[in-house]
Every structure is written in C-alpha cells, then in structure tokens.
Design a protein around this ligand. Structure first.
Ligand SMILES: N[C@@H](CCC(=O)N[C@@H](CS)C(=O)NCC(=O)O)C(=O)O
Length: 210
C-alpha cells in the first residue's frame, strides 16, 4: 500500500491527494503537522531530508516534490491519465502546473513567510499582503494566456482533469485565504469551479482531512 506524508492545509499535499484519487489508488495518510513544526523534526528529516510535505512511500522507495510524485504515479499507473494526449497541450498543462508550483507557491510558503517576518519584522498581515501580491501577479499571467488562447476543453487543456487543474484548485484556496480579488480571473474561476466539484477534488479537500 502506498503511504503519503501529508498535511491537511498543505496545497502541495492536496495536489498529490487529488492525483491519487483521480487514479483510484488506495493509500495510507500519515499526518505531518506543519503548524507544530513536525516537518522539521529530526525523525521526519531522516525520512525526507527536504523537510517538506508531501512525501510518497512506495515500498522501499520514497519520493519528494508533488509534481515529481504526480509524474511517477502517471508512469506507474497510466490510466486514467492526468495529462492531455496532444503533445503541445501536454506541455501547456505542465507549464501551467510549474507556474503555480515553482513560481507562485514558494513565495507564500510557511517557511518563506516566517523568515520575512523574522528578518524584516513583517507582521502576519504584511505577510498575507505579500502572498496576495505574488498570487495575483502569477494568476494574471495565467489568465492572460488563457484569454489569448481560450481552451476549448472541459477542464484545463483536456476533457478530463489534468495536472493543471490539480495545481489550480489548491492554489485558488490559498488565493481565497489571502484575500486576493478573484474577480480579475474569470477564466481561471470557471476552470476552478468545474474541477473543485469533481469527486476526486471534493473527497481530498483540506476540510476532509484529519
Ligand atoms: N515544491 C514542493 C513544495 C513542498 C512544500 O514546500 N510544501 C509545504 C507545504 S504546502 C511545506 O512543506 N512547507 C514547510 C515549510 O515551508 O517549512 C512540492 O511541490 O512538493
């Protein structure tokens, strides 16, 4: 049985929970409470020296990084696919996922926010404004790309949920948390709405986790 080290409110963990659900895979969840700094314990860092969640265990093997985990699941369990069939659409879905996971999200990560608080005396409110700024800037780029090339598909880049939808919904939750004005992103909003009502997204959402 697969094991996933995960935290309920972690958007990177939520991405992997969605992927596992879309593929219909069973797994055990092992909670890592980030608020209590469980990810920084020596015990956890022996397992995952990167000291972050998610972390997937498959038998003898352990893997960090949500996008790498999703690619691993795709290769090992190809059906149903989480990637578009068309080669260009497939890379568009990856580019969309990377924009969120590599560009937008790290600037609002717990350790990043805590560090700017410690080093520059930013209040929690200022940290939230900082997060909201980067989310809005990143979303605006993605919205404009979709405006320029309106997708003709039900979900982002395919007629089934892809890695792009998997990254969008958790990030949208973060945007709501930080008070981003989401009326600026009507196309993203419509894709978010479609995906978040899919059973694989609802059954793995933060509020369903222990
Ligand atoms: N690029 C990594 C990011 C993982 C990550 O930073 N996860 C967050 C939770 S969403 C975390 O563990 N944060 C702990 C920290 O910032 O110290 C991935 O996609 O898995």
């Amino acid at each position: 049985m697969l094991k996933l080290y995960s935290f309920s409110q972690s958007s990177a963990s939520y991405r992997v929970r969605i992927a596992l659900a879309l593929k219909g895979l069973e797994y055990d969840v092992l909670g890592v409470n980030l608020i209590e700094n469980a990810h920084q314990s020596e015990e956890y860092k022996k397992l995952n020296p990167q000291g972050r969640v998610p972390y997937l265990i498959d038998g003898e093997n352990g893997l960090a990084q949500s996008l790498a985990i999703i690619e691993y699941l795709e290769e090992k369990y190809p059906n149903p696919s989480l990637f578009p069939k068309d080669i260009f659409a497939r890379q568009k879905s990856r580019a969309f996922a990377h924009a969120i996971a590599a560009d937008i999200f790290p600037l609002q990560n717990l350790s990043t926010r805590r560090k700017i608080g410690e080093d520059f005396g930013q209040s929690v409110e200022d940290q939230a404004k900082w997060s909201a700024f980067w989310i809005a800037r990143g979303f605006l780029g993605l919205e404009r790309e979709l405006q320029n090339n309106p997708p003709q598909t039900e979900y982002l880049f395919a007629d089934y949920p892809t890695i792009a939808d998997i990254c969008l919904v958790p990030q949208w939750n973060n945007a709501v948390r930080y008070g981003v004005d989401l009326t600026q992103f009507p196309i993203l909003a419509s894709f978010d709405k479609k995906a978040r009502n899919h059973i694989a997204f609802t059954t793995t959402a933060p509020e369903t986790q222990k």
